[in-house]
Design a protein around this ligand. Structure first.
Ligand SMILES: C[S@@+](CC[C@H](N)C(=O)[O-])C[C@H]1O[C@@H](n2cnc3c(N)ncnc32)[C@H](O)[C@@H]1O
Length: 275
């Protein structure tokens, strides 16, 4: 199953090259010094933008001396945001080799390598010692992981006692049928989806306490509507960059996905728990 995830992110529109191209368009070039702030508009691959990262960090109690692990870090946008705004050290672990390397290059480029490192690895077998972190965060990534008990147990293992896990993910809601699940698996590498209550139970089962589960479906519905509108408004630009076929592929995929969210069959959840 990780192969399907890697394949999906091989073709994903958010990449190191795309981030730098977007910054270049905005600034009229990428020569000279770049800061983490220059990238934030383009390097976050989740819903709710920087506010969403900030909320997770608050829920996880992240402060300047926290040792933070970002699980499934993507291009390390959230990791750079936390390190630059909160002054903490962040390690990002990312499955996709190109994204891990791209995330590390972007981090060096903005001068944050002293505080942010990106490690290529699988969230179900984290390459870190027990108790190495004070906070584990993750955004919109566990949907790609079939063995959810493993990833949650690994977060529990690498947290110090009293450490906090805070993550957001898509959740299955009533009426999400087998066919829609199969399409989500095929098209978006969503290998398995938990429900809000399913996650709550799993977190307890792997040893977490003070578990909280919050339904974000209404907020995400607004975000997704806006994203679909924006994607379609940028049709000419996207076709020029990726071609008509890729635009069409993403458009169909997006419309299907947003349709499930509109119908209340798919939603989002935010979870916090204490080791
Ligand atoms: C939607 S992106 C989110 C990236 C980042 N959290 C952000 O918000 O910008 C999901 C990321 O999870 C990574 N991923 C998926 N399965 C993984 C696994 N088993 N271990 C580590 N990373 C994984 C993907 O390669 C992808 O970069």
């Amino acid at each position: 199953m990780p192969d399907r995830v890697v394949d999906f992110y091989d073709r994903h529109p958010i990449s190191e090259a795309q981030v730098l191209a977007a910054v270049a368009r905005r600034r009229g070039g990428v020569e000279g010094a770049l800061t983490a702030e220059d990238l934030f508009e383009f390097d976050q691959d989740h819903y709710g933008g920087l506010d969403a990262v900030d909320t997770l960090a608050r829920r996880a109690g992240v402060i300047a001396r926290s040792r933070v692990l970002d699980v499934c870090a993507g291009l390390a946008g959230p990791a750079r945001f936390l390190a630059s705004r909160r002054g903490c050290r962040v390690v990002g672990v990312e499955l996709h080799a190109g994204r891990a390397a791209g995330g590390a290059r972007l981090t060096r480029r903005v001068g944050l390598a002293g505080r942010v490192s990106v490690v290529r690895g699988d969230a179900t077998t984290l390459p870190f010692a027990a108790g190495a972190f004070d906070a584990c965060l993750s955004q919109e990534a566990f949907l790609h992981i079939e063995r959810k008990p493993s990833v949650l147990a690994e977060c529990h293992r690498v947290l110090a006692p009293g450490g906090r896990l805070a993550f957001t993910d898509w959740v299955a809601r009533p009426g999400l049928g087998d066919r829609a699940r199969e399409q989500l698996r095929e098209w978006m590498a969503a290998t398995s989806l938990q429900t809000l209550e399913g996650y709550r139970a799993l977190l307890g089962r792997v040893g977490f306490g003070a578990v909280e589960a919050e339904d974000l479906s209404d907020a995400w519905r607004q975000v997704l509507r806006a994203r679909l509108r924006m994607f379609r408004a940028m049709r000419a630009d996207t076709v020029a960059r990726l071609g008509e076929a890729r635009f069409g592929e993403y458009d169909r995929l997006y419309a299907f996905f947003v349709g499930l969210v509109e119908a209340g069959r798919l939603g989002g959840g935010r979870f916090t728990a204490t080791r």
